[in-house]
Design a protein around this ligand. Structure first.
Ligand SMILES: [Zn+2]
Length: 248
C-alpha cells in the first residue's frame, strides 16, 4: 500500500516536472519574447502600385495598405457558434493589398488587390475566391489589377470609379509637390536606346516605374534652363531618388 503511494507520488512529481519543462520552452532562453523586422513592408510591385493608386485617386480618397480582412468584415449575425469561430479565423488570418477610403471619414469604398504570379497558384486562387465572395457578401467592391511594369493612370482611374461608384476628378499633374527636380541636360537631350514617341494626351500615357528604385514616376515640367517648358519623368520619391527620364 505504502509502496503504491510512493509510485503514484513519483509519477506525479515526474509529470509536474515535465509540464514545467514544456512551459519553459518559450521563444528565447531568458523567457522574453524576441522579434525581428519583416521589412520590406510592401513588395516592390505593391509599392509601385500604391504610387499608381495615389496618382489615379484625388485628394478626396486615401489608400491604406495591407489591411486585415477581419478589420473590414465580420461574421454575419445568425451563424452558429462553430461557424462563427471558423469564419472569424478565416478573415483574421488574411490581408487585402489596399483599401480605398473616403479621406473625410475613412469609410471603406472598396478593396484593391494586385495580382502577381502567385495568384495563379491553386492555393492562392482558393484564397482569392474566398476573399472575393466574403467581400461581395458584405457589399464591399473589389478591383483586381494584374502586376505590370507600367500602368495607364486613366485606365486605373476609370476602373476604380466604375467599380467603387466614385467620382474621380483631378489628375496626377495637379497634385502639389514641395520640391521640383531638375532634369539633367544630358538626359533631356537624348536617351540612348529609347525610341522617340509621339506626344500623347495625358490620359493615354503609361506611367513608367523608376528603374533605380521601383517607385512610380511622375511627370514634371522643366521650369528654367535650356529645356524650360519641356516635360520629363522624375522618380516620385524625389529627392531620395533622383532618377529622371526624358520624354521625347
Ligand atoms: Zn527612383
Amino acid at each position: 500500500m505504502a509502496m503504491n503511494l510512493v509510485v503514484v507520488l513519483a509519477i506525479v512529481v515526474i509529470l509536474v516536472g515535465l509540464l514545467a519543462a514544456l512551459k519553459i520552452k518559450s521563444p528565447t532562453k531568458d523567457g522574453s519574447l524576441a522579434f525581428q523586422s519583416r521589412e520590406p513592408f510592401l513588395s516592390p510591385a505593391e509599392r509601385s502600385f500604391l504610387g499608381v493608386l495615389e496618382q489615379a485617386l484625388d485628394n478626396n480618397y486615401r489608400v491604406l495598405g495591407k489591411v486585415r480582412l477581419g478589420d473590414l468584415i465580420k461574421p454575419a449575425k445568425g451563424l452558429s457558434k462553430s461557424k462563427r469561430v471558423s469564419a472569424l479565423n478565416k478573415v483574421n488570418q488574411k490581408h487585402v493589398d489596399f483599401v480605398v477610403c473616403s479621406s473625410t471619414d475613412l469609410a471603406v469604398l472598396g478593396v484593391v488587390e494586385l495580382d502577381d504570379q502567385s495568384h495563379g497558384r491553386e492555393d492562392r486562387a482558393e484564397r482569392d475566391l474566398f476573399v472575393d465572395e466574403a467581400l461581395s457578401g458584405a457589399g464591399i467592391p473589389i478591383a483586381r489589377f494584374s502586376a505590370k511594369k507600367g500602368y495607364q493612370i486613366q485606365e486605373v482611374r476609370t476602373k476604380l470609379a466604375d467599380m467603387f461608384k466614385i467620382t474621380l476628378i483631378g489628375s496626377a499633374s495637379t497634385l502639389p509637390q514641395a520640391q521640383e527636380p531638375t532634369p539633367p541636360q544630358a538626359v533631356l537631350k537624348s536617351e540612348p536606346g529609347s525610341t522617340p514617341t509621339v506626344a500623347q494626351p495625358e490620359h493615354m500615357e503609361m506611367i513608367p516605374m523608376c528603374e533605380r528604385c521601383g517607385a512610380t514616376m511622375v511627370k514634371r515640367q522643366a521650369k528654367n534652363g535650356e529645356h524650360a517648358g519641356k516635360f520629363f519623368w522624375a522618380c516620385s520619391t524625389f529627392p531620395k531618388c533622383r532618377q529622371v527620364v526624358a520624354i521625347t
